[in-house]
Ligand binder design. Structure first.
Ligand code: RAM
Length: 521
C-alpha cells in the first residue's frame, strides 16, 4: 500500500489488487470489416436529428472514381463497429508535386456526417468528436489512422491535392475489436422484435467490451461503476466473459480514497487513476456488482478478498443518514440516479441504499461475518423510517427532498428496494403510469430500472410492452447499437448541450438481453 496525492484527493493504492487486475487483462479479438456502400446525407424533418443517409453506389464504385480538391464522399459500413481504420490512396494524373491533405470525419449517426463539428457548442469537450486531418507526403500511400473509432460512417474530404493530380482510394478496412468471447451466444426468439432487441443489445455490449468494460467506445471510453453493474448482468446471460468483470472490480478496489470510498469511474492509462468524482449510488454498486459476480461465478476467493471494500461502501453510505434514518439531501452532484432535469436524488438514493443493503446481508451471511445481525437490524429500522418519512399517504407516492417531489425514479427504486409488499408495489407502478408525474426518465439506464421494477412487481406484460416501445423506438429511429440517451418525445435531447456528443453505443443501454434472458420474456 502507498499513498498518492491528487489535489486534495488522497488515493490508497493497493498494488496487490492492481496486479490481479493486470493479470486479467483480456485479449482483444479482431475482425476485418469493409464498407458496404457510398452514401449521401439528406435533410429530412421526419427522422431523428433531421438527417438520413441515401444509397449512392456499392463500395466497388469507390476505386473507380478519382477525387480532386474539395471533393468528398461518405462511406457506410452498414453496421456499427469499434476499431482501427486503414486505406490505400494512389495518385491519378501527373506525378504528385505536392502533399495530399485529407479530412476524415468519423461518426456513429448520419447527423455526424451532416452537421459540421465546428458548430458544436456543448459543455463536454469537442475533442470527443471523431475527426482527423491527414497529410500524405508520398503517394501511393497506405494510411492507418492513429486512433480507435466508434462508428458506422466515414466522411472523407480532399482538402488539397495540386492542379496536376487527383487521387483514388481503395482497400478501406476497419480492424474491429472486442474482448467479448463471441462463441455461443445464440438468439432464438419467436417474437421478431424481442429477437432484434436481444441481438442489438449483444452487439452494444460486445462493442463496449474492450480492455475494460467501457461506458461508450466513442465517449467516455471509461470504466464507470453504474455502467459496469449493468454490463456485467448482461454479460452473465450472454458472453460470460466473467474475468473481465473480475478485472474491473479489482481496478476499482485498487484505488479507493483514504476513507475507503471507491470512485465513480477510473482511468486505466497511462496507469490506473481514480477519477475525483464520487457518487453515492455508484459507490454502493461496487457491492452490488460483487454480489452479482459471486452469484454468477461462485468465486468465493474474490468475494472474500473484495468484501471489505464492498462493505466499506455501505458503511460510508449509512453515515449519510440523518437522525431519522433518511439520507441527507444536498444540491450538488452527490448521487447520479439519472440525467433527468430537476430530479431530486434523496428518495431514489434511499431506495438504492435499501436495495444494496439486502445484497450485503446476502453476502455477509455467505461469508458468515459478524456484520450480518447488525445489518438485518439496521435494514428493518431504515425500511420503517423510509415508510414513515418518505411515503406520502395522501399522494400515495414516495416523495423526495424538501419539496416532497414525486418522480418516476423514486417510485422505481422503492419498488426495486422492496419497501412495500408485492401487491402494493404493483399498485404503485399502476398509479405511476396513470398519474405520470412530470419528473420522468431521461436515460435507458433509468428505463432499465423501470422495466426491472415492473418485473419485480409481477407485471410482465407491461414490462415487455415498455421495453419494446422504448428500445424498439430506438430501432425504428435507426439504432445499430443502443444509445446513451433516448427521449421518444424529444429526440434531440442531450444533457450535454448537443446531441453530436451523445454516445450512440452505450453500455447502460444494453440490458434488454439481460431482461429477456433472465426473466424468460
Ligand atoms: C455519463 C456517461 C456514463 C455514466 C455517467 C454518470 O458520463 O453516460 O456512462 O455512468 O454519465
Amino acid at each position: 500500500m502507498n499513498f498518492q496525492k491528487i489535489d486534495d484527493q488522497v488515493i490508497v493504492r493497493n498494488e496487490g489488487f492492481e496486479e490481479t487486475a493486470e493479470k486479467l487483462k483480456p485479449v482483444l479479438h479482431e475482425t476485418a470489416v469493409s464498407p458496404k456502400a457510398l452514401v449521401k446525407v439528406k435533410a429530412d424533418e421526419a427522422v431523428i436529428h433531421g438527417w438520413k443517409t441515401e444509397f449512392i453506389a456499392p463500395i466497388s464504385a469507390l476505386s473507380q472514381n478519382d477525387y480532386g480538391k474539395n471533393d468528398s464522399f461518405i462511406l457506410d459500413f452498414g453496421d456499427h463497429y469499434v476499431g482501427y481504420l486503414s486505406f490505400d490512396v494512389r495518385p491519378v494524373g501527373s506525378p504528385p508535386d505536392a502533399p495530399l491533405k485529407l479530412r476524415l470525419t468519423i461518426g456513429e449517426m448520419p447527423v455526424e456526417m451532416a452537421e459540421p463539428f465546428t458548430d458544436y457548442d456543448g459543455w463536454l469537450s469537442s475533442s470527443w468528436l471523431q475527426e482527423e486531418t491527414v497529410y500524405v507526403d508520398v503517394l501511393p500511400g497506405a494510411i492507418t489512422l492513429p486512433r480507435r473509432y466508434s462508428f458506422r460512417y466515414v466522411k472523407l474530404e480532399v482538402l488539397a491535392t495540386s492542379p496536376k493530380y487527383r487521387v483514388a482510394f481503395e482497400n478501406v478496412e476497419c480492424r474491429a475489436v472486442t474482448s467479448a468471447n463471441q462463441i455461443g451466444v445464440a438468439t432464438l426468439h419467436e417474437d421478431q422484435l424481442l429477437q432484434s432487441l436481444d441481438e442489438i443489445s449483444i452487439k452494444t455490449l460486445a462493442e463496449c467490451m474492450q480492455d475494460i468494460f467501457e461506458d461508450g467506445p466513442k465517449r467516455d471510453r471509461r470504466l464507470w461503476l453504474g455502467d459496469l453493474r449493468l454490463q456485467a448482468l448482461a454479460n452473465y446471460e450472454t458472453f460470460q466473459t466473467n474475468d473481465l468483470v473480475k478485472r474491473c472490480l479489482y481496478l476499482f478496489a485498487a484505488v479507493p480514497d483514504k476513507g475507503g470510498r471507491v470512485a465513480a469511474n477510473v482511468f486505466v492509462a497511462p496507469q490506473l487513476i481514480a477519477d475525483d468524482t464520487y457518487l453515492f449510488d455508484y459507490s454502493l454498486f461496487f457491492l452490488s456488482t460483487l454480489r452479482d459476480y459471486y452469484t454468477a461465478t461462485n468465486d468465493l476467493e474474490t468475494l472474500k478478498e473484495l468484501w471489505p471494500t464492498a462493505y466499506r461502501q455501505l458503511e460510508l453510505a449509512l453515515e449519510r443518514l440523518d437522525e431519522n434514518d433518511i439520507l441527507r439531501d444536498s444540491p450538488d452532484w452527490w448521487s447520479f440516479i439519472d440525467w433527468q432535469d430537476g430530479l431530486n436524488k434523496q428518495a431514489p438514493s434511499q431506495g438504492v441504499l435499501i436495495y444494496v443493503m439486502k445484497q450485503a446481508i446476502e453476502l455477509s451471511s455467505i461469508l458468515q461475518t459478524e456484520q450480518t445481525e447488525y445489518l438485518k437490524l439496521r435494514l428493518k429500522e431504515i425500511m420503517a423510517a423510509t415508510k414513515e418519512h418518505l411515503w406520502d399517504e395522501e399522494k400515495q407516492f414516495f416523495v423526495s427532498g424538501q419539496d416532497r417531489q414525486v418522480s418516476w425514479a423514486s417510485q422505481i427504486w422503492m419498488v426495486l428496494a422492496g419497501v412495500l409488499p408485492q401487491q402494493e408495489n404493483r399498485q404503485l407502478l399502476n398509479r405511476l403510469f396513470q398519474e405520470n408525474p412530470d419528473i420522468g426518465i431521461a436515460t435507458p439506464y433509468m428505463y432499465h430500472h423501470l422495466v426491472e421494477a415492473l418485473l419485480h412487481a409481477g407485471d410482465k406484460d407491461r414490462a415487455i410492452l415498455e421495453m419494446k416501445a422504448y428500445w424498439g423506438g430506438m430501432i425504428k429511429d435507426g439504432a445499430d447499437t443502443f444509445w446513451e440517451l433516448y427521449n421518444p418525445h424529444d429526440k434531440k435531447f442531450s444533457p450535454y448541450g448537443s446531441y453530436l456528443i451523445n454516445s450512440y453505443c452505450h453500455a447502460w443501454s444494453c440490458t434488454p438481453t439481460y431482461l429477456i434472458r433472465k426473466y424468460n420474456l
